[in-house]
Design a protein around this ligand. Structure first.
Ligand code: OSB
Ligand code: MG
Length: 368
């Protein structure tokens, strides 16, 4: 595929409600959308970076720079056959996974559209309805959190994930369990603890959580292995798993029993597939996390999450969970049975709305 033109668009999208994690409270979500053009077709991808280096060291500015100054010129100078060839094409660049992942996703979408097949089919996945869950930020009060959880259960979400941080943890989880004894529940700490907090983390074992996500340092494997040996609750790694190699180390060292695969965090769809396969060979389930993607990234995440070892509901909520107006049509909706339908049209299977893009555009560039 000879790529004739690449569009790079920085979007700032207002959230319906603020989203709070142990890093702080967000009211807007920043991201870069990429469009790759070839022979009249357009492939779309999303780089779900933040404005500031909190969850990840990557930001709008670092991703913009890596794409503009290295990745896009490399792509324009190449003749790439498959989206799956992107990691090799970009291998001279170390790190910058989210910058790479957005371009790789656009190439997979373009390849699928050229072949007239869905991205799901190109990825090699077959399931078409996926059970999904919802991630809920830190709230001002416990009653507000309980009410939100009740609303999401009512809507049909099949897994509730709540953010925890020191001062908002064991008591809050206990209150949720008292109100909703059987809801599939998990906690995500976003690295807010250390091994000094092992006693509190062990106390969470009483609440039958499906897992605890990334309790310790964002770049750690070894402390998580020490912690996992002390917990009956499975540890799930998110931030620590940045590459296929890290996933292998984590599984081998028993630092986790479950992996949250975010294609953007691990560098793209190819790496996500490789980690899926590695975990499956180790009997470790995986699930698809999210980075508050727009409909473009959401569609690609659904296609990847249709692979067979994604056995735990993902953080793949409906468009209206975060957005008044998504940038794709049709928007993603939750089915009555708490599943989401993987689009089966060509590529990502949803249409990108140019007028919506324009509403949220902060900056854009076209190459060459
Ligand atoms: O840790 O999974 C996380 C959002 C932004 C940054 C990190 C995380 C999250 C979420 C929300 O939990 C996932 C989503 O609904 O997209
Ligand atoms: Mg997480």
């Amino acid at each position: 595929m000879k790529i004739e033109r690449v569009e790079q668009v920085y979007l700032k999208m207002p959230l319906k409600h603020h989203f709070e994690t142990s890093f702080g409270r967000e009211t807007h979500i920043h991201k870069i959308v990429l469009a790759v053009h070839s022979e009249g077709l357009v492939g779309w991808g999303e780089t779900p970076v933040e404005e500031l280096p909190h969850y990840s060291y990557e930001t709008v500015e670092t991703a913009w720079h890596a794409q503009r100054d290295e990745l896009i010129p490399t792509l324009l100078a190449s003749d790439i056959e498959h989206g799956a060839d992107a990691p090799d094409l970009f291998k001279r660049t170390r790190g910058h996974n989210m910058a790479k992942a957005g371009l790789e996703a656009a190439l997979w979408d373009l390849e699928a559209k050229r072949k007239g097949i869905s991205l799901r089919e190109l990825v090699g996945a077959t399931r078409d309805q996926l059970p999904v869950g919802v991630s809920i930020g830190v709230q001002d009060t416990v009653p507000e959190l309980l009410e939100q959880i009740g609303d999401f259960i009512e809507e049909g979400y099949q897994k509730i994930k709540v953010k925890i941080k020191p001062g908002w943890d064991a008591d809050v989880i206990g209150a949720i369990r008292a109100e909703y004894p059987d809801v599939p529940l998990m906690a995500d700490a976003n690295s807010a603890y250390s091994l000094d907090d092992a006693a509190m983390l062990r106390a969470l074992d009483a609440y039958r959580l499906i897992m605890i996500e990334q309790p310790l340092a964002y770049d750690d494997i070894l402390d998580h292995a020490v912690l996992q040996a002390q917990l009956s609750t499975p540890v799930c790694l998110d931030e620590s798993i940045t590459t296929v190699r890290r996933a292998q180390e984590a599984l081998q060292l028993k630092a986790c029993r479950i992996i949250n695969i975010k294609p953007a965090r691990v560098g793209g769809i190819s790496a996500a597939k490789a980690i899926h396969d590695l975990a499956a060979a180790d009997d470790a389930p995986v699930w698809c996390g999210g980075l508050l993607e727009s409909g473009i990234g959401r569609a690609a995440n659904l296609a990847v999450a249709a692979l067979p070892n994604f056995t735990i509901p993902g953080d793949i909520s409906a468009s209206d969970r975060y957005w008044e107006q998504d940038i794709v049509e049709p928007a993603f909706v939750l089915n009555d049975d708490g599943t989401m339908t993987v689009p089966d049209g060509p590529g990502i299977g949803v249409e990108v709305l140019r007028d919506r893009l324009a509403m949220y555009t902060e900056r854009q560039a076209v190459y060459p």
